[in-house]
Design a protein around this ligand. Structure first.
Ligand code: TYD
Length: 216
């Protein structure tokens, strides 16, 4: 049986990742393409417990290194328990975020915000170990100007949200980091996330089809 493909979705807050993932999964269902969907941190019993630690306000004092290792630990479990077996069974695997999230959030963007460098290599090394080098066949990067992403989030619920809480310069650093990653890695396809969801969805399908064959 041929090895299944591995597709991941990435993007900053407010870029519409959840909406586009839902539309993509709907597309797979409509076309009867066998797949599994998973998310991180989480996707396994152990991963969900790690997620709770990462999101717990009582853990706000967490060291950067601890955070990076917890994301990698959740990923190690997900790779072995879910993703590898599904791919070995020839299934298409769709994952909400993967190692690129850590390279950006725990590495590049954090370095940009603190005016330092050098975290990327360490984050890469830890994650290569955690995932046994499991790299997606294609990664959809939803790209949107943070000013627009912020407007979207505001119109969604009308109150200041976690995007504003973090500050626009942080979101600019995240965007810049993702784009620099995309420049260096051909598997990362930048998809313009501006415009109506259906238009963005069509761009997502195009980008996926250019990279991998998704059929029944
Ligand atoms: P997520 O649950 O995907 O929510 P959303 O896509 O709606 O933002 O991600 C929550 C946060 O976790 C997000 O701000 C990015 C962060 N994150 C990391 O910092 N590193 C990682 O390795 C992952 C997977 C996520």
């Amino acid at each position: 049986m041929p090895r299944g493909s591995f597709i991941t979705f990435e993007g900053g807050d407010g870029t519409g990742k959840s909406t586009q993932l839902a539309l993509f999964l709907e597309y797979l269902q409509t076309h009867e393409i066998a797949h599994i969907f998973t998310r991180e941190p989480g996707g396994t019993g152990i991963g969900e417990r790690i997620r709770q630690i990462l999101l717990d306000p009582a853990c706000a004092e967490m060291e950067d290194m601890t955070e990076a290792l917890l994301y990698a630990a959740a990923r190690a479990q997900l790779a072995r328990e879910i993703i590898r077996p599904a791919m070995d069974a020839g299934k298409l695997v769709v994952c909400d975020r993967w190692v690129d999230s850590s390279i950006v959030y725990q590495g590049l963007a954090k370095d940009l915000m603190h005016g330092r460098g050098g975290s990327e290599e360490a984050v890469r090394a830890v994650n290569a170990y955690a995932t046994d080098g499991l790299i997606p066949d294609v990664t959809i990067l939803l790209d949107l100007d943070p000013a627009e992403a912020l407007g979207r989030a505001r119109s969604a619920d009308g109150r200041p949200d976690r995007i504003e809480a973090k500050g626009i310069s942080y979101h600019r650093a995240v965007r810049e980091s993702y784009l620099s990653l995309a420049e260096r890695e051909a598997r990362v396809r930048v998809v313009d996330a501006a415009g109506p969801p259906e238009a963005v969805h069509a761009r997502v399908i195009d980008a996926v089809q250019q990279a991998v064959e998704i059929t029944k």
